[in-house]
Design a protein around this ligand. Structure first.
Ligand SMILES: C[S@@+](CC[C@H](N)C(=O)[O-])C[C@H]1O[C@@H](n2cnc3c(N)ncnc32)[C@H](O)[C@@H]1O
Length: 465
């Protein structure tokens, strides 16, 4: 409670949280997801073959500016906090499973954080998770743990490693080994049956940019041309987000289908890698979302545009950027609804995965089940410091650290990029106040790998044969 009354810079805020968490940890030590379009052919059969070469050709707009996200990611940490109850329940079940394992089984339990970015929010949540797991183990003795921090191959690996290294003492004290894996989470990542827990925070709304929706649309700017026909050369300048109110509805339908296929593919791969009974906690950005559909006054003509589209339109009007920069800008992320997640889970059950070495094909996604239901949380970014502070500036800086690369990838020069940054900042101050903040919805769920397929799914399959 008292934290919210302090006026802190993001860095001070982070240091305070880290201190509180490590203090908490020391104290404890002392006392002791109906829609089912036919997926495309290449989707139904996934291979576990390493396709990291394709990752290198991936558009860099699928990642963010890691270094500057480091300074601002704390603004999103309340989204992690709001779904702590889900993670706690997962850890409680994990501690129960540990009790059934042989005492001499000293194999390390494997926890994976997917999309770690600079590692700062990941470390806060990991420390909380380890502390919580320890509370649920009867003698408070943690099993040996292995933690993998996974991140997109074009992100800044050195930065992530430096953040993790600054926690080496904590890792050592808790007998935790860690490693970094720079690979897309839309690929196979681990051996079958090898992971106890996947955590993925604020990442899965980013789509797989190596999987173009149509031939000839391999870069994300090309995704704006979908279904407009080959004669149409210029994509629409009226949107930069897939879920923007001004995005043509036929494109929104395409993007929705794409988002479901990608999440289903992700789920099928992870299902194969989870140990039976293992679980994943997934948190992603959802809608409504003030970044994409700001609640602007009724008399504002621009109320339909996202903050980025509005800022770019204004830059074009003032001759600060070329129209083609806006035409080519598209954020390759999709804000799913609860039903989208349930539908993707159903689709994952139909995906067959083939291994290189074995003729065996299986549908690991059919083993997955939602634990409880998909939940949503509203986070008012930029309200932490009250009217006196400059928290809207913080929310704006964080927005820029996440979205700048998409403008850069659209071909903006450094001067154009700076013009868009400044205009985006002024749009933030115009549209939002620290009293109301910037409302962003996050969606979270827990998905478990069952030990065997649900009786009902086998039954309905037989009935369909
Ligand atoms: C908003 S950050 C969230 C970082 C961190 N988990 C947190 O909660 O603050 C999203 C991260 O997802 C990563 N990401 C996006 N697509 C990815 C992919 N296909 N594979 C791995 N990471 C990806 C981005 O590079 C970025 O670091």
């Amino acid at each position: 409670m008292f934290l919210s009354k302090l006026v802190l810079s993001p860095q001070q805020h982070r240091r305070t949280l880290v201190t509180l968490l490590s203090l908490q940890n020391q104290l404890s030590c002392a006392s002791c997801r109906s829609w089912c379009p036919k997926p495309s052919q290449n989707m139904r059969f996934m291979t576990t073959k390493d396709n990291s070469a394709s990752a290198n050709s991936m558009s860099s707009s699928s990642t963010m500016k890691t270094e500057s996200y480091h300074d601002h990611s704390i603004h999103q940490y309340s989204a992690h906090r709001q779904c702590q109850h889900l993670l706690e329940a997962v850890l409680q079940r994990m501690s129960q499973r540990l009790q059934f394992q042989d005492a001499d089984d000293d194999q390390r339990r494997h926890i994976v954080d997917l999309g770690s970015a600079d590692g700062s929010n990941s470390m806060l949540t990991l420390k909380w998770a380890v502390w919580t797991l320890q509370q649920h183990i009867p003698q408070g003795t943690l099993p040996p743990l292995q933690v993998t921090f996974e991140e997109h191959p074009v992100s800044n690996e050195q930065f992530l490693r430096a953040t993790l290294a600054s926690h080496d003492d904590w890792f050592h004290r808790n007998n935790i080994r860690y490693s970094v894996l720079m690979k897309s989470f839309y690929e196979p990542l681990f051996d079958p049956d090898s992971v106890d827990l996947f955590m993925s925070y604020i990442c899965l709304h980013w789509l797989d940019t190596t999987d173009p929706p149509l031939e000839g649309t391999s870069d994300t700017p090309g995704w704006k041309l979908l279904q407009q026909g080959p004669e149409q050369q210029n994509p629409s300048p009226d949107f930069t987000f897939m879920n923007e109110a001004t995005t043509p509805s036929h494109l929104q339908d395409h993007y929705r289908e794409l988002a479901q296929r990608h999440l289903a593919k992700f789920l099928a791969f992870r299902a194969r890698e989870l140990k039976p009974g293992g679980e994943m906690v997934l948190l992603m950005v959802s809608q409504p979302n003030d970044f994409v559909t700001p609640r602007t006054p009724k008399d504002d003509d621009n109320q339909q545009y996202s903050v980025l589209t509005l800022a770019m339109h204004r830059c074009i009007q003032r001759g600060l950027i070329r129209p083609q920069v806006l035409e080519r800008t598209l954020l390759p992320y999709y804000l799913r609804t609860k039903q989208d997640v349930r539908d993707a889970l159903a689709l994952a059950a139909s995906i067959q995965i083939t291994s290189d070495d074995a003729a065996a094909r299986d549908r690991p996604g059919a083993l997955l089940a939602l634990v409880g239901d998909v939940e949503t949380y509203n986070v008012r970014l930029g309200t932490d410091g009250g009217e006196q502070s400059n928290e809207i500036q913080g929310a704006s800086d964080m927005f820029w650290s996440i979205h700048a690369k998409a403008v850069q990838s659209a071909g903006a020069t450094e001067t154009e990029l700076e013009a868009v940054r400044r205009e985006t900042e002024s749009v933030f101050h115009e549209l939002f106040s620290s009293g109301d903040g910037v409302n962003v919805t996050y969606l979270a769920c827990v998905i478990r790998r069952r030990t065997r397929e649900a009786w009902s799914s086998g039954k309905s399959e037989k009935a369909n044969q």
